[in-house]
Design a protein around this ligand. Structure first.
Ligand code: BT5
Length: 312
């Protein structure tokens, strides 16, 4: 956001301020202040005029200036009403050298899951892709995926949803006590780098927010269905803040993940590129891999589709 507009918003959020006062404080003309106020109103900031001056009555908008305003994490926001895929756009930005940008869309027309699966992304959800340039090795990249899941589950819980994590990166809501669940969030991590260095990493996070689960694929749920609609601006801000907190403290990721995990202690079937295994999920290692106790001994799984099985 333009620095002057940011400064105006900061001043208005502390109470009414007159146009001349703003002009003096920011060393711009009164006409410029008026123009900035009109532009902020156009971006859906509710700015009231009273005899005491301008006052910020609320921020109802879901767009880049609104998400950036009050955000306590070092990301700039690129917002689109509609995009094919926020991950695709983030990849383009990453290839151009972008860092710490979050691409947000109200709707995706070609949202992607893992392995080229489709991700249903109608208007009303939260579809966001975060570009980072972390100083980590590719072997540590799974920690970023776990961090995305922890951040999202934490914020969904703040919104009143009983969100838990299914290894490695689905945020789900448990149904009953047998490990059954409905999917609330999908995460797609993509990266580019060399064997010893990550060039960029994109955490693509899709939250079924203000959507009816009936209109989503079978097995899905939404924040609306579980706890009622949320303010998507606040949700995205908190999500970015939590993501930033964990990416800057990678040691905290696995313990936080374990606290939220639905998978640990479950009987699971994991489909890996090298074949399927069945057993009890017993642990997650420091690097984010899953330990499964099978009839043939303990197996460490770094990637695959994990299904919870009913206990025997
Ligand atoms: C995922 O894939 O769960 C990762 C989804 C990542 C989506 C985000 S949105 C922002 C960013 N931009 C993108 O283009 N993608 C990311 P996977 O584990 O492969 O799960 C995909 C499967 O989940 C599909 O085959 C469906 O069965 C199911 N599914 C599709 N849309 C869903 C939804 N909205 N809610 C719950 N399940 C869904």
């Amino acid at each position: 956001m333009n620095e002057t507009r940011r400064a105006i918003l900061a001043a208005l959020s502390d109470g009414p301020v007159s146009g001349p006062e703003l002009a003096d404080d920011l060393e711009v003309s009164r006409a410029a202040v008026w123009k900035h106020i009109e532009e902020l109103r156009d971006a859906d900031f509710e700015i009231e005029s009273s005899p005491n001056g301008y006052e910020l009555a609320g921020v109802d908008a879901y767009n880049a200036p609104a998400i950036e305003f009050g955000l306590e994490a070092p990301f700039s926001i690129e917002y689109h009403d509609t995009l094919e895929s926020t991950n695709d756009r983030a990849r383009d930005l990453a290839a151009d050298g972008a860092v710490d940008v979050a691409v947000v869309a109200d709707e995706q027309t070609g949202g992607r899951g893992r392995l080229k699966r489709e991700w249903s992304s109608p208007s009303g959800g939260i579809w966001v892709s975060i570009v980072s340039r972390p100083e980590i090795t590719p072997a540590q990249a799974p920690l970023y995926t776990l961090a995305s899941a922890v951040a999202t589950a934490t914020v969904a819980r703040e919104a009143g949803v009983d969100a838990r994590i299914k290894w490695p990166n689905d945020v789900v809501v448990p149904v009953g006590d047998d490990g059954d669940y409905r999917k609330l969030v999908g995460i797609l991590t993509e990266m580019e780098g060399e064997t010893d260095r990550v060039e960029w990493l994109i955490a693509g996070i899709g939250v079924n927010a203000n959507l009816d689960a009936d209109g989503l694929p079978e097995g899905a749920t939404s924040v609306r269905n579980e706890a009622g609609d949320v303010d998507r601006r606040t949700f995205v801000q908190r999500l970015l803040e939590e993501f930033d907190r964990y990416r800057t403290d990678l040691d905290a990721v696995v313990p936080a993940w374990c606290d939220l995990a639905l998978t640990l202690g479950q009987r699971v079937r994991v489909e890996r590129p090298s074949g399927e295994i069945v057993g009890e999920a017993v642990d997650v290692t420091e690097s984010g891999t899953l330990e499964v106790e099978t009839d043939d001994g303990r197996v460490t799984v770094s990637a695959g589709d994990c299904e919870h099985l009913r206990p025997i």
